[in-house]
Design a protein around this ligand. Structure first.
Ligand SMILES: NC(=O)c1ccc[n+]([C@@H]2O[C@H](COP(=O)([O-])OP(=O)(O)OC[C@H]3O[C@@H](n4cnc5c(N)ncnc54)[C@H](O)[C@@H]3O)[C@@H](O)[C@H]2O)c1
Ligand SMILES: O=C(O)C(=O)C[C@@H](O)[C@H](O)[C@H](O)COP(=O)(O)O
Ligand SMILES: [Zn+2]
Length: 371
């Protein structure tokens, strides 16, 4: 079925300010009928686009392709199987071979249409093909709209380590149209709310308050509340990425709140068993418990976080969590420095810190608290 591209004209733009790598995040409900003009404005004249999409959003990808295809712009389309296992070396290689076969060159542009899996995978293809070609993010999940399409972290998984192979490679444009979410299943939609709540805990106490007040509307996908949540999340992410693009100063690491636990859960449970956002929800619970154990914050932080996650119907425990299996995987976390684990831990709602040299016994206790 062809998606309805009707617009309600409520649009805004957030700038990711990175000097000559700056780009806009365009947020709308129904502006995809104007994506061709936006692409031309951003990229100038382009003759070849390689559109890589999640198999589940084929109609949306076809609609985007129909908008941009012209006598002067050829659009090739590749469909990728849905799900986390597609962030693999095998799928990456298949796409590179396809790019070569389709005659891609340094003037071609990759367009990623899908959730975080497609954005990360297609972004890494763009980052590495011919040593890097331009790419555009067209996110179709809430999680991709609020997080993965912004900031230029691209990559694929190794069997025992999430996102272990990849590159920082910024898109030229992020095109968010919330109409794409009309077909998004509840489980995937709700998992995106975990990363939304993350911004409240790490960076914006007032936003956390708003989320508490509007949790029911958010779960019901109220369009106005949703656009507000997407915009606030993108503002937070853009600001943090603008301050520390490649996670060198430690500032960007705050976006990793809950992720040391989450990535270990994802890898040990098997990729795709839990959605990334679900693992992040449980990981944030473990991180908040660890912070309380280390006397960094009071239990009220965990209580408020628990209530908001539950109001958003997110999981807060993982009964199969296996601390003995998770700890060695956690040692491969990208924040590990000089062989020591480092965690992003809250001191209060709206503020987190990078904490090093944590006793593994405390980590095990925090994992067990949420089994
Ligand atoms: N690069 C980053 O900064 C960053 C940030 C956060 C997460 N991530 C990565 O993102 C991935 C998770 O992203 P996700 O939650 O979007 O998962 P996903 O890409 O797997 O999408 C979730 C599910 O929704 C389906 N889907 C997507 N759009 C749809 C639509 N509009 N209608 C119907 N079905 C649709 C997909 O087929 C899939 O089954 C993880 O690999 C995670 O590591 C990356
Ligand atoms: O953009 C970032 O920086 C993040 O940490 C955002 C996370 O939500 C995201 O899951 C990211 O892919 C994790 O990065 P990694 O460096 O820990 O693999
Ligand atoms: Zn994440």
């Amino acid at each position: 079925m062809k998606p309805d591209l009707a617009t309600d004209r409520d649009e805004s733009t957030v700038l990711v300010d990175l000097g000559d790598r700056s780009y806009p995040i365009h947020i709308s409900t129904g502006a995809t009928g104007r994506i061709a003009a936006a692409l031309e404005k951003t990229l100038g004249q382009t003759s070849h686009a390689l559109l890589i999409h999640d198999a589940a959003v084929e109609p949306w990808a076809e609609a985007v392709a129909a908008q941009i295809r012209s006598d002067t712009l050829r659009v090739d389309i590749a469909s990728v199987p849905s799900g986390e296992p597609s962030k693999s070396i095998a799928q990456y290689q298949e796409l590179l071979d396809w790019m070569l076969e389709r005659g891609a060159d340094r003037r071609s542009v990759v367009i990623a249409v899908g959730g975080g899996v497609i954005g990360d995978l297609a972004g890494f293809v763009a980052a590495s093909f011919a040593r890097g070609i331009r790419f555009v993010q067209v996110p179709t999940t809430l999680l991709a709209m609020v997080d993965s399409s912004v900031g230029g972290k691209t990559g694929i998984n190794l069997s025992g380590a999430k996102n272990m192979v990849g590159a920082f490679w910024q898109p030229e444009l992020v095109w968010i149209d919330t109409l794409a979410m009309k077909t998004l299943p509840d489980r995937s939609y709700l998992s995106g709310l975990a990363e939304v709540i993350k911004y409240g805990v790490i960076d914006d106490a007032a936003f956390f308050d708003d989320l508490e007040s509007n949790a029911a509307a958010l779960v019901e996908r109220d369009p106005e509340v949703l656009r507000y949540a997407i915009r606030q999340s993108c503002l937070s992410k853009a600001r943090v990425v603008g301050e520390d693009e490649r996670e060198t100063s430690g500032r960007r690491a705050i976006l990793n709140y809950g992720h040391t636990f989450a990535h270990a859960i994802e890898a040990t449970a098997g990729y795709g068993t839990l959605l990334h956002g679900e693992a992040v929800s449980i990981g944030m619970q473990m991180a908040a418990s660890l912070a309380i154990q280390l006397d960094l914050c009071d239990p009220g932080v965990l209580e408020r976080q628990t209530q908001l996650l539950q109001a958003c119907r997110l999981p807060i425990t993982f009964p199969a969590a296996d601390a003995a299996a998770m700890l060695p995987v956690m040692m491969r976390d990208k924040k590990v420095a000089h062989g020591k684990l480092r965690f992003i831990l809250p001191t209060k709602i709206g503020h987190v810190e990078l904490v090093g040299d944590v006793d593994p016994a405390e980590v095990e206790t925090a994992i067990r608290a949420h089994r």
